[in-house]
Design a protein around this ligand. Sequence first.
Ligand code: FES
Ligand code: FES
Length: 150
Amino acid sequence: MPELMINGTKATVELPDGIPLLWVLRDYLHLTGAKYGCGVGLCGSCTVHIDGEPVKSCIYPAANAIGRDITTIEGIGQSAMGQRVQQAWTEQNVHQCGYCQTGQIMSAVALLNANPNPSDADIDLAMSDNLCRCGVYNRIRKAIHSVADS
Ligand code: FES
Ligand code: FES
């Protein structure tokens, strides 16, 4: 059976043809932090990292992740940047209903790893694939700036 490396741990799982990574994470491995929103790559609630890059796991074939490092919200706190972003989210009370927030955090960590001091425009661009029905975009921006300033 194929092996996936998830949050630094190997998982042996069956991968039916074409199954998206989100289904494997949630239904097979019970890692339910990444959320199902639109299911077609438009909302970002399912965002995880593959080799540090944000991807939408609802449309990412799980088989493509074999041999690569998968990080989910459950493992993002293993990195210093992941911890800092999670802390900033708490301090700034970013979440409202919370549904989109795991995806938002995954995209924010990827942004700050690539660009430690992003401008508002950089943030808006990098976070543009993560939608929030509660509209907490200003708090997201503030939390990202607070990490950059710290
Ligand atoms: S659930 Fe994956 S982008 Fe919306
Ligand atoms: S906090 Fe509710 S959808 Fe973003």
